[in-house]
Structures are given as structure tokens and as C-alpha cells.
Design a binder for this molecule. Structure first.
Ligand code: 13P
Ligand code: SF4
Length: 312
């Protein structure tokens, strides 16, 4: 049995493991995964799986979230260096000081944060539920929102809130450019522009639809238009194309010609070979300090509870 797919599937069965993949993984990883989802769905799936081992094909904070929700399970990640520039833009010690300076503020953190940042947080959000969770607080609630400045600005603009924003960003999403998208729009005048809320405000203003990876996928499936310009990590195009083979999906290019593409180099560190090895060796394993996990579980669970109540 030489085929890597067969070998992974055999090991998965023997070890009662589940493979979960984010939409930004390469298509071979998405295709072998038991479950493909956005960051909210991956957390929801981790919370309810009966598997003994979770292989989280995504980035480190996603593995940490799964481990915090399932402390008794082994959570593996194919490459321990698969980090996140957005999570890195919010060091826990600096965020902790910022929170301390604003004792009367509720702290809402995007899931793209370290467990240590979540430990300073009242409620976690993802791009799927950020608007609804912010709106679940009274209109005059004082809120700190971190770390994504673009997402925070967007939520402020659609809710009329005035949340205090941390100045973090994702190096992939903040590179999409209005100029390049407008050039594409000249070639595909009928195309709908779909954008992830981590993109800059001027890109979001151009968009026909703004949403999480799962929401963008759903929009493309349900919308009658045939062409879409997609301003998020290009891994999402795999599921879009599978779901709608007759439609055309055009990845929005980044503004920077020195930057190779609109792929997240952290997400793309994971490969089939690394996934096989991590399942075989049960390493690298995500470990979260128990005192941090004890604090971080509360805002994560609160997010899951609110999302369940809202049917998200
Ligand atoms: P989603 O919540 O849409 O899965 O996004 C996660 C992410 O890392 C976006 O860059
Ligand atoms: Fe982080 Fe951006 Fe990569 Fe998402 S695309 S994992 S926010 S670096």
C-alpha cells in the first residue's frame, strides 16, 4: 500500500482519528479530510467529535482552539510552524496591558489569536458570527475588539458601534487591492466581487458580498451569477469550483508584485506527507498550558453557546 491517501486512511481508522481541514488548505488535503470548514465550523466540529485524535489541517490557533475544547484528545497539526500573521500582530503581554488600561470594557477577540490572548477575552468571535455577537451586547456597551483592525472597522460600520480597535492585520487579506480588482472587473464586468472582512475597507466597499469563507462559498452556490472575483485566500476556490463547476471563479490578485500570490504561506506549510507523518508519529502535538486553557475555554464556549442560540 504505497499510495499516501490509502496510508493516511488506514492509519486514521486504526487510531480513531478525524482529519479536519480549513478551506485554505491545498485541495488534496481538503479532499481527504473528514470535515472541511471555516474557523467557526472547525471549533464546533472539534467540540462534538468522538475521535481520539484530531488532525487539524489549518494553523496553530485553530489547533489550540480544538485542544482547549477537547483537553482529553490528542490534537495534531501537520506543521507546528503554521502560524498566523494576524495572531502574531497581537502579543498576549501587550494585549493584556491594553485590557488592563480599560477595566470597564468588554473584550471581544477574533478567533485568530493565541490561547494567551483568549485568556484576556470575554467572548471570542469568528468572521461568521462577529456581527451577531457584537450586536448581542447593549448598544452602549464599551467594547475592545482585537486583533483585526479591518474586521473591527467593518463591524463598527455595519452595526453603528464604536468599538476600540487593536491595530492588527492579516498579511494576505490586507494585500488585496482596489486597483487590481477594478482591472479584473473590466475583463469580467458581470462578475460579483466577494470579499472576506479581513480585507481593507476600500476593498470591502467594492464588494457585492462580504463574509467568512463559509459565507462566501454559500453565496457563490446560491447566487445566480456565473462569474465571481474572490478576495480571500485562494484555497477556497477548490470547494467553489467543485460545488459550481459551471461557474467561473477568479482569485483577486494582491497589490504587491513582489508577493507571489494570494495564498497564506502559513496555511500552505501543511502537506499530505506531513499529515501522514504526524498521524504516524502522533507529533507535532498541540499542547496548551492548563492555566491558560482554563481561562481561554470560557470565551470560546461563550461564543459556541451564543452561536448555537442564534442558529449559526
Ligand atoms: P474564516 O473564519 O472565514 O474561516 O477565516 C479564518 C481565517 O484565517 C481568515 O484568514
Ligand atoms: Fe492568519 Fe491571514 Fe493566514 Fe488567515 S490567511 S491564517 S488570518 S495569516
Amino acid at each position: 500500500m504505497n499510495n499516501l491517501v490509502d496510508k493516511i486512511n488506514k492509519l486514521k481508522k486504526e487510531k480513531n482519528a478525524i482529519i479536519m481541514s480549513h478551506y485554505y488548505q491545498t485541495s488534496d488535503i481538503q479532499d481527504i479530510a473528514d470535515y472541511v470548514g471555516d474557523s467557526l465550523a472547525l471549533a464546533q466540529m472539534a467540540a462534538k467529535t468522538n475521535a481520539d485524535i484530531i488532525v487539524l489541517c489549518g494553523v496553530h490557533f485553530m489547533g489550540e482552539t480544538a485542544k482547549i475544547l477537547c483537553p482529553d484528545k490528542k490534537v495534531l497539526i501537520p506543521d507546528m510552524n503554521a502560524g498566523c500573521s494576524l495572531a502574531d500582530s497581537c502579543p498576549a503581554d501587550e494585549f493584556g496591558k491594553f485590557v488592563e488600561l480599560h477595566p470597564d470594557y468588554t473584550v471581544i477577540s477574533y478567533v485568530n489569536t493565541s490561547a494567551a490572548v483568549k485568556a484576556y477575552t470575554d467572548v471570542v468571535v469568528t468572521s461568521t458570527n462577529a456581527r451577531q455577537i457584537v450586536e448581542s451586547f447593549p448598544a452602549d456597551e464599551k467594547i475592545i475588539f482585537g486583533p483585526d483592525h479591518n474586521l473591527g472597522n467593518y463591524i463598527n460600520s455595519i452595526t453603528g458601534r464604536n468599538m476600540l480597535l487593536w491595530d492588527g492585520a492579516c498579511h494576505v487579506h490586507s494585500k488585496f487591492s482596489v486597483v487590481k480588482i477594478l482591472e479584473l472587473k473590466k475583463i469580467y464586468p458581470q462578475a460579483k466581487i466577494l470579499a472576506h472582512p479581513e480585507c481593507k475597507g476600500d476593498v470591502l466597499k467594492l464588494a457585492d458580498f462580504v463574509g467568512s469563507t463559509a459565507a462566501i462559498l454559500k453565496y457563490a452556490i446560491n447566487n445566480e451569477e456565473k462569474e465571481f472575483i474572490v478576495a480571500t485566500e485562494s484555497g477556497i476556490l477548490h470547494k467553489m469550483q467543485l460545488a459550481c463547476p459551471q461557474k467561473v471563479f477568479i482569485p483577486a490578485p494582491p497589490d504587491d508584485s513582489t508577493c507571489a500570490c494570494n495564498e497564506c504561506n502559513y496555511m500552505r506549510m501543511n502537506t499530505m506527507e506531513k499529515m501522514y507523518n504526524c498521524l504516524l508519529n502522533e507529533s507535532p502535538e498541540i499542547i496548551v498550558d492548563s492555566s491558560i486553557a482554563e481561562k481561554a475555554i470560557k470565551p470560546i464556549q461563550r461564543m459556541l453557546d451564543i452561536s448555537a442560540k442564534l442558529g449559526l
